[in-house]
Ligand binder design. Structure first.
Ligand code: HEC
Length: 229
């Protein structure tokens, strides 16, 4: 019951279009507040919350419900400095199937493994459906160096059936900066304009830095030896 009181207030305030500084973050134009990808604590950076901060159910746990997922696709095993990669975020679930007005959304960030600061640059080819926002400010300003790709009001794929996908690019840092850690939270919302009945998923991927952690080319003989027994 206490939870209900605490969380229903921000939800109502945001629904009324009030820009609310919550946990230091400010709601961007029709997208989620920054720094809610579910990224864990890294060095001096505290863990991020996820979309269930507001899109929560009071009678069941709606985080990573079996049968659904958010996936970060297209990432290389290791990045080359300055190289640009196409990334696809895909949400799959049939949990909101019966809701014809269902909506979908996500938020993704990339951080350096060494210190949790933002890593690389996001590039959008469709600024109508996606946007880039900077990290939380205020008492979460330790996350300010991070950048987040997220859906806009036009990017919620209204009424589309699972799976849904968004595509954008990530340009690796120009100089080697250790592994890049990607974190993403996705929301399959039922579109009833209420925080309940939505399904939230999280994902994490690691992309090595090809300079400091070289991917060693293997001779054909070595490959055969590896699979011989
Ligand atoms: C601070 C509270 C808050 C957080 C955190 C939050 N949202 Fe929302 N979100 C809202 C409110 C309020 C609405 C508008 C009411 C509604 O539609 O549910 C909304 C609406 C949406 C909608 C479209 C409307 C719908 O419900 O059908 C999507 C999609 C969405 N959010 C995705 C996300 C994703 C993805 C995250 C996490 C990365 C997230 N939200 C985090 C408050 C929040």
């Amino acid at each position: 019951m206490r939870l209900r009181v605490v969380y229903i207030i921000p939800v109502l305030a945001l629904a009324a279009g009030v820009s609310l500084a919550l946990g230091g973050g400010v709601l961007s134009e029709h997208g989620p507040i920054p720094s809610v990808t579910g990224a864990p604590a890294i060095r001096s950076k505290a863990a991020e919350l996820n979309c269930t901060l507001c899109h929560l159910n009071f009678d069941w746990n709606n985080l990573n419900t079996p049968g659904g997922s958010v996936e970060i696709l297209g990432l290389p095993r290791a990045y080359a400095p300055g190289q640009t990669y196409r990334i696809h975020v895909r949400i799959s679930t049939d949990s909101t199937k019966v809701f014809l007005d269902r909506d979908w959304g996500f938020e993704l960030t990339a951080v350096r493994a060494s210190d949790g600061e933002g890593c690389g640059t996001f590039v959008l080819d469709d600024p109508d459906t996606l946007q880039i926002v900077s990290g939380a400010s205020g008492d979460r300003s330790d996350l300010a160096s991070r950048w987040y790709v997220q859906h806009t009001a036009n990017g919620v794929r209204n009424g589309i059936s699972s799976p849904v996908e968004w595509t954008f690019s990530w340009q690796a840092p120009a100089t080697p900066q250790d592994s890049a850690l990607f974190y993403c939270a996705g929301n399959a919302a039922n579109g009833n304009l209420d925080s309940g009945g939505d399904f939230v998923f999280t994902a994490a991927e690691t992309v090595l830095d090809s300079v400091t952690t070289p991917v060693r080319p293997m001779s054909w003989g070595a490959v055969k030896r590896r699979f011989r027994d």
